[in-house]
Ligand binder design. Structure first.
Ligand SMILES: [Zn+2]
Ligand SMILES: [Zn+2]
Length: 158
């Protein structure tokens, strides 16, 4: 019985942690790939030749969307992490593998008995954070680590 209660507490806490999202950009917009809500600081948008577009929670999902559906975007816009301005992904600076991953739950979940659960896989990892300005990207890296890449680097690395 005690075990069951502990398990329920664990589930409740995990559910709570997973629900701690950020304020969505547009309440009814969900990532076309993973279904997560899209957020101001990570939003990516794919626009296709026929003018249609699909929202993605981050560039990682936008690129995976292209691979999985075979629908290559004419262009992808991303959102500056600090200003939330829309930026052409070809011109943006990306910090990949920093310790910030806004799409995901915390990488380590503390459970009530003090043990930690590690998040092993998430389609939004490693996180890709976009900046319009290289100085801001560099500044961000001094605090959060990661490496600076262009969209070409990211596309060619997998
Ligand atoms: Zn997504
Ligand atoms: Zn994402």
């Amino acid at each position: 019985m005690k075990r069951n209660i502990a398990f329920i507490l664990l589930l409740t806490q995990m559910y709570f942690l997973m629900g701690m999202g950020r304020v969505p950009l547009v309440s009814d917009q969900k990532c076309a790939l993973c279904g997560r809500e899209v957020h101001h600081d990570m939003f990516a948008n794919l626009t296709f030749k026929n003018g249609e577009s699909e929202p993605a929670c981050c560039l990682q999902c936008a690129i995976t969307y292209e691979k999985q559906t075979g629908k290559k975007a004419e262009y992808i816009t991303v959102t500056d992490y600090y200003s939330h301005e829309t930026v052409d992904s070809q011109k943006a600076f990306f910090v990949i593998r920093s310790n910030i991953s806004p799409c995901c739950n915390k990488e380590i979940l503390r459970i009530p008995n003090g043990n930690a659960l590690m998040l092993k896989y998430d389609r939004c990892l490693p996180s890709i954070i976009a900046f319009e300005n290289k100085d801001n990207a560099t500044k961000f890296m001094t605090e959060h680590g990661g490496t600076l890449e262009t969209i070409q680097d990211i596309r060619s690395s997998d």
